[in-house]
Design a protein around this ligand. Structure first.
Ligand code: NAD
Length: 364
């Protein structure tokens, strides 16, 4: 029996359309090789939507996303939009998308491929064997907390945001982290700043409460500044890192540097399952390299892998995609961002072609 899945594709801006094209190639291949039928609906989102409709997240795009089985997003933004009022900028559309689909958990795995050990600026003996996942709270905390704004107080302007979490928000994200840890190395490190912030104390207390339901998973607490340090000092010590929105944003970008390039990092943003999840590379629209066929499409391709794992419950295809990427890297093919002397430099579309070819050969 054929499995029909509707995927809303938001290619966005900059390198978004280029890396999306490689993702679509792979999806077409999955259709051919497995019993899937994909209806891929392309919608405008981000800068391109601002150009066409004056808003980053048109209602039509939202409605299509809500009706689909999964949302695949490439990247949005660019210098052209930086001077717009904040609510009209592409990034506001992104926050709105996450909030509308209630994707409160952002999962960002950082796996260091052996063949890329030399691509990172960190020593390879420190990196080898790193396999961690950052579970970042995505719809609360400092990015959404109120009051926020810039206002005149006395004779100067003051800017302010609020980091706020309720127990229920912390409970649901902690549960995601513990469930994931249960299927991995059974360790959760919760990053906070409980020595200074009240909101972090509530975070910590609530995580401890949730941990009681997971006696098989060990829990440690680490101050966010130490976590940032430990992540480059000894990344292997981590399994699942749990963090609030801003802390998780920073830690996961830092983790990308362990993998060699931000172009390698996929992500999944999931909710309680009633609305579709969002799959997107961690990187932005990279306007500096857009349109040159040099962007790395691997983060996009691995994001599709995560879509099969978390939205379509198909670990087999997830694993096949992962192993195809690994084999292409082992064979020495590299986009510019991960290129090193002696390896074979390829463009965005060639990298996509090699991965697709491997995928046809290495179905696990
Ligand atoms: P960026 O991730 O776009 O780029 C940072 C650096 O990494 C650049 O040097 C870029 O060339 C490189 N890079 C990124 N992706 C790459 C890839 N796939 N292959 C090779 N190199 C890659 O971050 P930025 O420069 O801070 O932001 C650029 C724009 O993207 C801004 O408008 C920003 O707001 C937006 N942005 C969007 C998202 C998103 O869509 N989720 C995330 C971050 C930034």
């Amino acid at each position: 029996m054929e499995l029909t899945k509707t995927i809303t594709l938001l290619s966005g801006d900059g390198i978004g359309p280029e890396v999306s094209a490689e993702g679509v190639k792979l999806l077409n291949l999955v259709e051919k090789e497995f019993k899937y039928k994909f209806e891929i609906i392309k919608k405008d989102f981000g800068g391109i939507a601002i150009d066409k409709f004056g808003v980053p997240f048109p209602e039509d795009t939202l409605n299509t996303c809500k009706k689909s089985n999964a949302v695949l997003l490439a990247a949005i933004g660019g210098p052209k939009y930086d001077s717009l009022p904040r609510e009209k900028r592409p990034e506001s559309g992104l926050l709105e998308l996450r909030a509308s689909l209630n994707t409160f958990a952002n999962l960002r795995p950082a796996i260091v491929f052996d063949s890329l050990l030399d691509s990172s600026t960190i020593k390879k003996e420190v990196l080898a064997g790193t396999d961690l996942i950052v579970v970042r709270e995505l719809t609360g905390g400092l990015y959404f907390g109120k009051p926020k704004g810039i206002e005149k107080r006395g004779n100067e302007k003051v800017g302010f945001n609020t980091m706020v979490y309720s127990e229920s928000e912390v409970r649901r994200i902690a549960k995601v982290a513990f469930e994931i840890a249960r299927k991995r190395k059974k360790k959760v490190t919760s990053a906070d700043k409980a020595n200074v912030l009240d909101v972090s104390q509530l975070w910590k207390d609530t995580v401890i409460e949730v941990s009681k339901n997971y006696p098989d998973v060990s829990l440690e607490h680490m101050y966010i500044d130490n976590a940032a340090m430990q992540l480059i000092r000894n990344p292997k010590q981590f399994d699942v890192i749990l963090a609030e929105n801003l802390f998780g944003d920073i830690l996961s970008d830092e983790a990308s540097m362990l993998t060699g390039s931000i172009g390698m990092l996929p992500s999944a943003s999931i909710g309680d399952g009633t609305l579709p999840a969002i799959y997107e590379p961690v990187h932005g629209s990279a306007p500096d390299i857009a349109g040159k066929n040099i962007a790395n499409p691997i983060a996009m391709i691995l994001s599709i892998g995560m879509m099969f794992k978390y939205s379509f419950n198909n670990e087999k295809i997830h694993d096949s995609i992962f192993h195809s990427v690994e084999k292409v890297l082992n064979a020495g093919y590299r986009t510019k961002d991960i290129y090193q002397e002696g390896s074979k430099l390829v463009g965005t579309s060639e990298m996509g072609n090699f991965i697709c070819k491997e995928f046809s050969l290495c179905k696990v």
